[in-house]
Design a protein around this ligand. Sequence first.
Ligand code: SF4
Ligand code: SF4
Length: 73
Amino acid sequence: MIIVKSPDMGKNKEETIMHVISDSCVACGSCSETCPAGAIAMDDNLGRYVISGACVDCGACEDACPMGCISAE
Ligand code: SF4
Ligand code: SF4
């Protein structure tokens, strides 16, 4: 599992929300197309989609994923 911390937007680190993509991902690209921050992209080296630090924690990708494999932790 790849975990990339989202920016804390001035909040305490303890309050920082992380969005993660589980191993159930089928690389359909729906989350990447939906993300308003352009924070989800295929990492060619890892061969999977990853969420970058540009994430603003809007939650849109969670709703867009047909596999339900994106969650906030
Ligand atoms: S929570 Fe929002 S900003 Fe963050 S990766 Fe998902 S769609 Fe993009
Ligand atoms: S929408 Fe879900 S299954 Fe599709 S690429 Fe994103 S994380 Fe993977």
